[in-house]
Write a protein that binds this ligand. Structure first.
Ligand SMILES: Cc1cc2nc3c(=O)[nH]c(=O)nc-3n(C[C@H](O)[C@H](O)[C@H](O)COP(=O)(O)OP(=O)(O)OC[C@H]3O[C@@H](n4cnc5c(N)ncnc54)[C@H](O)[C@@H]3O)c2cc1C
Length: 609
């Protein structure tokens, strides 16, 4: 079974939720193919949502409300020509909401949709592209044969073909697509592009696939459980640990790169890229382990990491400090700091992990928490938040990674908080005593400005949380010392002075102060002008802390066209990289094949960084 397939039990003719869904789909399909397709907007609630992942808009776009939906239909229907709408399996009904999976086609693509109906009208509707009809991936029944039966004097083995490709691509033949950054994002996307037969090279400054993870602090394991973390096509085996240690992630990525036959150039740094508007191609200067090369790809993808450009604060006196100071991304681990006075500036994931590892190595650790943090115990996250979609129980009940990803994607960001708030209320109740202990220790705690917890904070600002795997107890017990609501005002040769006047002796300062916006990479690699032209990446304008408005409804610039032709941003956590690489790869493939891709509804740039 392909990973975009659903199980297809026959529909039950008398099943009321299914009848409701079928009735809606029939009316919707009829309206779209009528002379007045915008009538289909009336099948949505007045403030209903249509989230489209590239099928109608060639964009990642949520239309909010009937008027916006109607405008989109008017603008896109002629090019899209949707048809063959079909409810795929029995619908379900709970609390007055009917949910149904739907398949459909357009002139060029096949798609899958997911609708939530209330009183016969669509509350939310998701449409996603699964494949381009003329360019299906060669898998399952279409998989390559591998062996070449018969007799052939010019036979080339698989190995010879691979070696030929490696020797020519980037030298005598240009890649259509260049991915800068070979972390999990670049690698997963590279695998999808390989499947779609888009000639692609992935370059990374580090020697081997997986090195980004290997280079991170020693104690790191994935904070998300395995069910959330699979790479495209090749899920982790059944004996894989729930939380993958970072070096094991590294080894998996190295193996994955090899078996997925990716053209991966390690020890290769991009020094500069420039887009030629006339030729519609990039000129990219690279240094491949000392060899200077110029590539001319048509599409350039920055998969250079959201956690790539360290935010290190500029604090008076930093240059006078006689101890060691570094950003969390450069922190080697706790070993070298036994009996040392260690100051960790920050109160989020990395700060907690680093404090814990320092404590384990008998250092004297103080965490400086500048503002409040959302904390969720890992067990509670797994059981009360992720469990329904991503857990062994979910797998046992028939949930596939693909279906889980689509279900997750089907909730428009505007109303996602209302889906999450009850789960976090349950978490707060279940772990009330734990939270009380933390608060009693002076820790500044939050559940997000609207109580919507971890994932919304991640989407809005990419920071501000810790998934507790043990450090919180150390904070509550005073084993990790805490100074909260303050920052470092000044640094002296052997101490730090806090904004409340306290002076703390210091041998080590770790700045666990996060990372800058991904368009900073465009500034570094291309130009400040292009970085400003595309604007800030990530966040959606929720007008909450670190995510200034106006509301844009989708993450800025990620996996979709930007205001710079042929420039794309890819990344996110393992779940997002896996899921959204599907849409990014299809957008690239469509362009390579000359399929019309009129982009609907690009947001203007509101923020530069
Ligand atoms: C401490 C920490 C813990 C995390 N834990 C989790 C987790 O549990 N689960 C999860 O899903 N996510 C986690 N993440 C978030 C995210 O998944 C990772 O940051 C992940 O590494 C992102 O993958 P990426 O491919 O987008 O970027 P990266 O892995 O950062 O890869 C970017 C690559 O680009 C390369 N590069 C940059 N500039 C150039 C250039 N000019 N030329 C060539 N190469 C270049 C870099 O060498 C790097 O290898 C964590 C992040 C951090 C920092």
């Amino acid at each position: 079974m392909s990973n975009t397939a659903l199980t297809k039990p026959a529909l039950t003719a008398t099943h009321q939720p299914t009848l409701t869904a079928v009735a809606w789909v029939e009316k919707f399909a009829a309206a779209l193919s009528s002379d007045t397709p915008t009538d289909a907007a009336n099948l949505f609630e007045e403030s209903g949502f249509w989230r489209d992942l590239i099928v109608f808009t060639w964009n990642i776009k949520t239309l909010e409300g009937r008027a916006a939906i109607s405008d989109m239909i008017a603008a896109t229907m002629d090019n899209t020509r949707p048809c063959h709408w079909q409810v795929e399996e029995n619908a379900t009904e709970a609390d007055g909401v009917t949910d149904a999976w739907i398949s459909f086609e357009t002139g060029v693509a096949r798609g899958r949709a997911y609708v939530r109906l209330r009183d016969g009208l669509a509350w939310t509707f998701l449409t996603t592209m699964t494949e381009l009809k003329d360019y299906p991936e060669k898998r399952n029944k279409l998989r390559p044969k591998g062996a070449e039966h018969g007799a052939n004097k010019n036979r080339q083995t698989w190995l010879e073909k691979r070696q030929h490709e490696e020797a020519t691509l980037g030298y005598t033949e240009q890649p259509y697509c260049l991915i800068i950054g070979g972390g999990q994002g670049g690698i997963g996307l590279g695998a999808r592009l390989r499947q779609l037969e888009v000639p692609t090279i992935i370059i990374d400054a580090l020697p081997k696939p997986g090195d980004t993870w290997r280079n991170r602090y020693k104690s790191l394991s994935l904070h998300d459980p395995i069910w959330y973390d699979h790479m495209p096509y090749l899920p982790f085996p059944e004996n894989w640990p729930v939380f993958t240690p970072k070096d094991k992630v590294g080894d998996w990525l190295e193996m994955y790169t090899k078996v997925m036959e990716l053209n991966y150039w390690g020890s290769t740094r991009c020094t500069h890229a420039h887009y030629d508007e006339e030729k519609q191609e990039w000129t990219v200067e690279i240094d491949r382990d000392g060899e200077k090369l110029t590539l001319h790809p048509k599409q350039l993808i920055l998969a250079t990491g959201m956690s790539g450009i360290p935010n290190t604060p500029d604090i008076p006196g930093m240059d006078t400090f006689e101890g060691e100071q570094h950003h969390s991304s450069q922190h080697p681990g706790g070993e070298a700091f036994k009996d040392k006075k260690c100051i960790v500036l920050g109160g989020n994931n990395s700060a907690h992990d680093i404090c814990c590892a320092l404590w384990e190595n008998d250092a004297d650790v103080t965490m400086i928490q500048r503002s409040s943090t959302h904390i969720i115990k890992s067990d509670s996250l797994m059981e009360l938040v992720l469990g329904g979609l991503y857990s062994e129980e979910a797998v046992e009940s028939g949930m596939t990674t693909y279906k889980a990803d689509l279900t997750f994607a089907s909730v428009p960001f505007q109303i996602m908080p209302q889906f999450h708030i009850p789960a976090y209320q349950a978490v707060a109740e279940r772990d009330a005593e734990f939270y009380q202990r933390l608060t009693d220790a002076g820790f500044l705690l939050d559940f997000g400005e609207d109580g919507s917890g971890l994932f919304m904070k991640y989407l809005r600002r990419g920071s501000g949380y810790y998934i507790d795997v043990g450090a919180s107890d150390l904070v509550a017990d005073g084993e990790i010392k805490l100074k909260s609501g303050v920052s470092i005002e000044r640094i002296k040769p052997k101490s730090v002075v806090l904004t409340d006047g306290t002076e703390l002796p210091a041998d080590l300062i770790v700045y666990a102060t996060g990372y800058g916006s991904m368009n900073g990479w465009a500034a570094k690699i291309i130009s400040q002008e292009v970085a400003d032209k595309v604007g800030k990446c990530w966040g959606m304008g929720s007008d909450t802390s670190k995510d200034p408005g106006p509301w844009e409804g989708e993450l800025r610039n990620m996996w979709k066209p930007t205001h710079q032709d042929a420039l794309w941003f890819h990344g996110g956590n393992l779940h997002q990289s896996r899921h959204y690489s599907q849409y990014l790869s299809l957008q690239i493939k469509a362009r390579m094949e000359g399929i019309a891709t009129p982009v609907y509804g690009m947001e203007p740039v509101h923020h530069l960084s």
